[in-house]
Design a protein. Structure first.
Ligand SMILES: NC(=O)c1ccc[n+]([C@@H]2O[C@H](COP(=O)([O-])OP(=O)(O)OC[C@H]3O[C@@H](n4cnc5c(N)ncnc54)[C@H](O)[C@@H]3O)[C@@H](O)[C@H]2O)c1
Length: 230
């Protein structure tokens, strides 16, 4: 697992590619936008990939919602990348979907790849305004389509086995060093991301309602919010 391709070099993919490179992997990038590829080359010396034949790991970070509506999924871009991987990549490679996806898509990806590659879903929780706390290497959930997929994913991301033990220090296995929470069923990984987003949305909506209430009742909202009892 040395040669890694990050597909989709946008807000999420570029920091992912930088991180993977910093961890010592031979890192390349691919994007339908030549601008994104150029930016990755210039700012992070990320190599440009042409065909997918040589890679051990594919990290998919393409956009997965409609351009004009972030609440509606659109996964054709992701599926077209998977088609290309299916035609060009070598058997046994690891395909990690970091994009946000609806339930059931990981298994569809595995089928499209004719079960020739390991497929994991390790949805990202990146938050650009708090990169230190919510950057690439924060705790993440991970699920695999099969047990062997999860094993390969845990090795690549955390350098640990599914049972929580590290791979032997004498082995030369490299990893991303990210704390991962493995789940037995890949749909749980898919749902975890969507539910985390929905939960945050509710919290923000609640806080905004409270803020409006405070404004109309002449109450100091920051003082209420920073109250340690709440
Ligand atoms: N940005 C975040 O803060 C964040 C956080 C968590 C999860 N995510 C998830 O990560 C994924 C990517 O989000 P983003 O914010 O980086 O989006 P983005 O729009 O900034 O970047 C997506 C990149 O994918 C490329 N792309 C689209 N279709 C492609 C294709 N078929 N082949 C190759 N490249 C293609 C685009 O050109 C673009 O550069 C989404 O699923 C999003 O939900 C994003």
């Amino acid at each position: 697992m040395n040669k890694v391709l990050v597909v989709g070099l946008g807000q999420l993919g570029l920091p992912v590619a930088k991180y993977v490179k910093e961890r010592g992997f031979d890192t390349y990038g691919y994007d339908i936008s030549p601008k994104a590829v150029e930016m990755a080359q210039k700012t992070a010396a990320i190599g440009k990939a042409i065909d997918f034949g040589e890679f051990d790991v594919f990290i998919l970070c393409v956009s997965t919602h409609k351009p004009d509506d972030m609440f509606s999924p659109q996964i054709d871009g992701l599926l077209s990348v998977v088609e290309k991987i299916s035609k060009e990549a070598k058997s046994g490679a690891l395909v990690s979907i970091e994009s946000t996806i609806p339930k059931g898509i990981s298994k569809k990806v595995f089928d499209t790849l004719n079960h020739r590659m390991h497929v994991v879903h390790a949805p990202h929780r990146w938050y650009s305004l708090e990169e230190k706390e919510h950057g690439v290497n924060q705790l993440r959930v991970i699920g695999g389509v099969c047990d062997c997929c999860l094993k390969a994913g845990m090795q690549f991301y955390g350098g640990v086995r599914v049972d929580g033990h590290s791979y032997s220090s004498s082995s030369s296995l490299k990893s991303l060093g990210i704390p991962m929470h493995p789940v037995k069923n890949i749909e749980i990984a898919e749902l975890t991301k969507v539910i985390e987003n929905a939960h945050r949305y509710l919290q923000i909506a609640f806080a905004e309602e409270l803020c409006l209430y405070c404004q109309s009742n002449n109450i100091n909202f920051p003082e209420l919010r920073d109250n340690p009892v709440l």
